[in-house]
Design a protein around this ligand. Structure first.
Ligand SMILES: [Zn+2]
Length: 381
């Protein structure tokens, strides 16, 4: 999802006063960007049947540290505040010798908007592309960037794309529409594969981008990109947007996701700017809020299992009314997160009973999508 900027922003960062309000006030005037104006004039209406409508999206770029830009939908602040899901956010970092793109968006039209926002600011070559996950709205646009740019992914991301690209595009077409340009997509092989716990730094010339794999957060291959000496972090989907949004555990793994998020949080300075996967730049509070949700979910599930409640009883009884401001709460919380967390916790309880001589019941009904195996723990770069 999308973006904006400015000198005022840089001053606020320097002063260490990057607060939620300042973020809202520091948003640049999108009309100052010809690339944005072009995108805004071409946008379509929203299709109410879709989670968000790619052809409605007009991206803005906001400078969140010198030459470090977040890219997000122009209506992200308003939609996020109203609990409405927002299009994909990403960003770019401009160095003296090279530009790095973080996430390439869903299709040609959105990738083209990112490219135009970059070209409005620099002629330096785009040498690196990072995909924070395999999700199509973060990686499908790879083919529309310069062919000589190095694509950096976690090995699990590449494995998924190799094995499941056609199926994934079919899935995404069902959810994002058959008229959003997904039919022309082709998988692009990565140039640099990172293994579990990889931690590399890319020198862009006067700018260093650090790319890390910490652990499972929403997929097996989530990468975190930090810039400006750690003051800016691009998160991809694991941090989705400011409250009332909360994490989507599409592939389960509540415990690992929670551990990864806490490990990430421990590395962030108090005045860090967090560029989430689907919203405007935020403070570290957005990470704290995601951790709080996951902690609360874990607690609810543990209570339910301790009370011997069934899966269905847990789903109907594990409501968290404080999160219903997120419009897709019934789906994300009740249909995705609670069942996934229940299955994980119940499996763990059964394994404990089994190893301690207790009765082994029939296996749990594991809900969630494919669980990717972790790769070797050796960085290749
Ligand atoms: Zn996404």
């Amino acid at each position: 999802m999308p973006i904006r900027y400015a000198v005022a922003t840089a001053c606020m960062l320097a002063a260490g006063s990057w607060h939620e309000d300042a973020l809202a006030q520091g948003a640049p005037d999108p009309a100052s960007s010809a690339a944005y104006r072009k995108a805004a004039s071409a946008r379509t209406a929203e299709d109410p049947k879709l989670v968000w409508t790619a052809s409605q999206v007009a991206l803005v770029a906001r400078e969140v540290a010198p030459n470090v830009f977040a890219v997000y939908a122009d209506d992200a602040p308003q939609k996020t505040a109203a609990g409405i899901p927002v299009a994909t956010s990403g960003g770019f970092i401009i160095g003296d010798r090279a530009v790095m793109i973080i996430d390439t968006m869903l299709n040609r039209q959105l990738a083209g908007q990112v490219m135009a926002l970059v070209r409005e600011r620099t002629k330096n070559p785009i040498r690196y592309i990072v995909n924070t996950s395999y999700h199509g709205d973060h990686s499908y646009g790879n083919q529309f960037f310069p062919a000589d740019a190095q694509i950096i992914q976690h090995r699990a991301t590449q494995d998924y794309i190799r094995q499941s690209f056609a199926k994934d595009v079919a899935f995404m077409t069902r959810h994002f529409g058959s008229n959003q340009g997904l039919a022309e997509l082709k998988p692009v092989p990565a140039s640099v594969l990172l293994e579990d716990k990889a931690d590399i730094t890319v020198d862009l010339g006067g700018q260093h981008a650090r790319i890390r794999h910490i652990g499972f957060a929403q997929t097996a291959g989530d990468l975190w990109v930090t810039a400006a000496g750690g003051k800016v972090v691009f998160t991809g989907n694991p941090v989705i947007a400011r409250a009332p949004a909360f994490p989507w555990l599409l592939d389960g793994h509540l415990r690992e996701s929670l551990a990864t998020m806490k490990a990430l949080r421990a590395t962030l300075p108090a005045d860090a700017v967090v560029v989430p996967g689907h919203g405007e730049p935020a403070t570290v509070k957005v990470v704290d809020d995601h951790i709080a949700y996951l902690d609360r979910l874990k607690q609810r599930i543990e209570e339910s299992i301790a009370a011997r409640k069934s899966r269905d009883e847990t789903v109907s009884g594990a409501g968290m009314p404080e999160y219903t401001g997120y419009r897709i709460y019934p789906w994300v919380h009740l249909q995705v997160n609670v069942p996934a967390a229940y299955d994980e916790q119940e499996l763990k309880r059964q394994q404990r009973n089994y190893t301690s001589g207790g009765l082994r019941r029939s296996g749990p009904r594991l809900g969630g999508p494919v669980r990717l195996q972790s790769a070797q723990r050796t960085a290749t770069m």
